[in-house]
Design a protein around this ligand. Sequence first.
Ligand SMILES: [Zn+2]
Length: 510
Amino acid sequence: MMKKLFLILLFPVTLLSQDIDKIFQNKNEIYFSFNYKSKHQLDELSKIISLDHKIEKTRAFAYANKKQFENFLEKNINFELIDKTVFYDNISKNNWDFYPTYNQYVDMMYAFADSFPNICNVYSLGTLNSGREILIVNISDNVGQKENEPSFLYTSSMHGDELTGYVLMLRFIDDLLNSYNVDSRKTNLVNEIDIWINPLANPDGAYAGGNNNVWGATRSNANFVDLNRNYPDPQDGPHPDGNPWQDETLIFMGLADSINFNLGSNLHTGAVVANYPWDTWSQLTADDNWWQHVCNEYADTCQFYGPGNYFSNYNDGIINGYDWYEVDGGRQDYMNYFKQCREFTLELSDDKTPNPANLPVFWDATSPSFYNFMEQSLYGLRGIITDSITGAPIRAKVEVLNHDIDSSHVYSSLPVGNYHRYIYQGNYSFLFSKSGYHSKTINASVLNNNTSFLNVQLVPINSVSINDIKQNKKAIKSVDILGRKNQKNSNNVKIEIDEKGLKTKKIIIN
Ligand SMILES: [Zn+2]
């Protein structure tokens, strides 16, 4: 029933151009390994080729298209070409132990929304030139309406041959929907979170061998571009890989522009580890201790439910991205740096496309962590930021004083005005600001795996007439305190409120 073929071909260092042509005769992407001397050398090479997640002590694995491979050859490094043909013919198709065909996948996604119309919508984010679609489901109570809820994203398999998360995410959607009003914890997650799940971010890669199975899957998309090197990078600019943004990249950048995701994860395979930011540079994030906390929670839970040493390699199942290997143009850094979404990278299995018979084992091992991590989106400091005069929600910046670096601030998002700042437990000074408003600094404490609520009213800088303020109970109360009540109808009375808010406002009479 099951065939697994693993061929390794040895090549001399110097290749003639016809040899290169031959290597790329029937494929646009090759997989190979080579010995490396230092992390520095590896980081340099990562700018030329796509390093695999699989890295051994002295040996690295990588993907390359023809142009990338020619650049690699100039470095005169010995390499081994790996013809990794894996084919599993699994016939049971029960209990999520199979990879769906492309059409089955599409049918499944639409069936989720059809079966649970009150809590699930399906969206096509775009149709690729191949005709394949990038699909996403949105799951929440009052689905389609913006509420005071964090927006959470799971997306899998932007590397088309890394497919564990593809099936596990389909199963996760199924489990979440079927648990609604059955399991109280999962019901609460659906009620309280704006959940978005995209099981297959690179359908052209996954079905490169045709829509009927995933056995010809490639890492790259149809243009042989590694999508996880194709994003704007905090250090290396808009096009670190030298390629234009691919349709898939534009689709996900557009999604991140329209949904203000607060927390998320991007699912890969090829290793087993929780990889947290940054990938592009060595400095740590402002929230390194928080990242370690949530990644440890993820890994420890996997160790508990999983077989053998699942999620126990590296630093007990977690690793800082750059410490592992540098990635430029990766999606994780893009989401964190440019979109203020805390997104990390999960590597779910050593086998990129495991025997589907084993997928239920991975589900048992990692699905409790899927839920735990999603639940983290409810924690930290959160609230709604409004205009103190009109009560209208505003998009304001939330900074943590003496803490935030490298774009680690967040924003409240419209139309609700809700903000969500995840942070390791402690006491912090939060600065709330927006141009046209007086800033406010408020001290607040946060506990791990707990929620602190803080609604904030920002006071507009522009002087306003008493008539405008009249509707605002608080403001009028303050006016009373200062004994200016009788002048409230006078047009030449203006109220200006300083940083400390209404309590210490000044009244200026022109
Ligand atoms: Zn990957």
